[in-house]
Ligand binder design. Structure first.
Ligand SMILES: NC(=O)C1=CN([C@@H]2O[C@H](COP(=O)(O)OP(=O)(O)OC[C@H]3O[C@@H](n4cnc5c(N)ncnc54)[C@H](OP(=O)(O)O)[C@@H]3O)[C@@H](O)[C@H]2O)[C@@H](O)CC1
Ligand SMILES: [K+]
Length: 347
């Protein structure tokens, strides 16, 4: 109840003073206790669902045709590879369809996917920090959408594993809804510190960028833009979730500001815009994480996806000049631990 008062008071203060100017600081600092138990996420899963393996709907046909549509700024002949072979790239429209089909056609909820994404992100952070996060300082920047929700999961797991995690929200907790709000309430119930309204402390060993993913709708603005600027000027390397925030992932448009990542952990499949040569330096090392999309779904969308995760749940991707015959091009050597410890940022 105390935490609820703090939260409500924070909202009132924000409304009166403008919370960006007056940081509301610790939202659920240790000792304030849980506010409310995490509320169950509304079950949007249909109780019965059928799986149609044919392309029957206009939407599916449109998705299929997009497969053959080239990106606006392609790097001719360049393709992305995992050790399993060439990997298809997807647009925002296709990823939205993946999300829809996961939930509506197969009953795999967003909460399940987000938990997979956040755990993979935490695991990648642990690898980049040398195999243990015990006592390590990590800053996690969390937007209010599903990208931010993945960041909140990663923050929780990293704290579980012994890291000192500073979570910075892009907006007041009252502005979080749906599954990200659910993830936030879990941290709140655990009495973990979540901060917002200002800039994080400097000096972390790693910064996680979970501000904006494929939901970017224009050049980053407001406090998100402030946090992107802040992150790019830190000494710590940045690990980006799904995409460096500030990049439009279908065509690879780079907005200002955009995150300059040391490594990017992209989810399910790499995004089409990553083929844009202007985007590649901002990605750093590119890794692909399994969030549980079944091959049946890719098959329906006409996507040829090899057994990418046969040996591990996160795999490195690399760019190779395509021979023009996908599937017979030279396959890159497998890298066991591709993520660098040092930032490759220039800004
Ligand atoms: N199957 C999958 O792949 C899964 C994907 N998942 C993840 O979900 C991500 C997509 O989630 P999403 O659709 O919620 O959008 P997301 O990227 O969080 O952005 C929306 C937020 O950003 C904000 N915002 C937007 N533009 C802005 C701007 N210019 N400047 C400032 N703010 C801006 C926008 O604010 P608003 O405009 O509403 O005020 C809103 O709060 C995806 O990349 C992946 O990481 C996993 O969680 C689960 C499985
Ligand atoms: K991001």
């Amino acid at each position: 109840m105390t935490g609820l008062l703090v939260s409500v008071l924070g909202g009132v203060l924000s409304a009166v003073s403008g919370w960006l100017a007056v940081p509301w600081g610790d939202w659920a600092a240790a000792g304030t206790g849980p506010v409310t138990a995490p509320q169950p996420v509304p079950d949007t899963t249909p109780h019965s669902f059928s799986v149609d393996l044919r392309f029957a709907t206009p939407a599916a046909e449109e998705i299929m045709s997009m497969q053959t549509r080239p990106p606006v700024h392609p790097d001719p002949g360049t393709a992305l590879y995992a050790s399993a072979g060439p990997i298809p790239t997807v647009t925002t429209t296709q990823m939205t369809e993946v999300d829809r089909a996961m939930v509506e056609d197969y009953g795999i909820s967003l909460l399940q996917m987000m938990e997979n994404a956040g755990r993979a992100l935490a695991g990648q952070a642990r690898r980049q920090l040398g195999g243990s996060v015990m006592g390590q300082r990590i800053t996690v920047l969390c937007g209010a959408g599903h990208n931010g929700g993945g960041g909140l999961v990663a923050a929780r797991r990293l704290q579980d594993w012994g890291a000192q995690v500073e979570v910075t929200l892009v907006r007041h907790p009252d502005g979080y809804h749906g599954v990200p709000q659910h993830q936030l309430r879990i941290l709140q119930a655990l009495g973990r510190s979540v901060r917002g309204g200002g800039l994080p402390s400097s000096g972390a060993a790693l910064i996680i960028d979970a501000l904006i993913g494929y939901g970017l709708n224009s050049a980053p603005r407001g406090h998100a833009a402030d946090l992107l600027h802040w992150a790019n000027h830190q000494a710590a390397p940045i690990l980006a979730l799904d995409t460096p925030s500030g990049i439009e992932v279908s065509e690879g448009q780079v907005f200002q500001p955009a995150i300059h990542a040391a490594a990017t952990l992209t989810l399910a499949l790499p995004k089409r815009g990553f083929l844009n040569p202007e985007v590649q330096p901002l990605l750093g090392a590119l890794l692909l994480a399994d969030i549980g999309v079944p091959p049946e779904l890719y098959l329906r969308m006409g996507l040829k996806v090899p057994g990418i995760f046969a040996t591990q749940e996160t795999v490195p991707l690399s760019w190779h000049q395509d021979s023009g015959h996908p599937g017979v091009a030279e396959t890159p050597a497998h890298q066991d631990d591709p993520a660098p410890l040092n930032s490759t940022r220039t800004a």
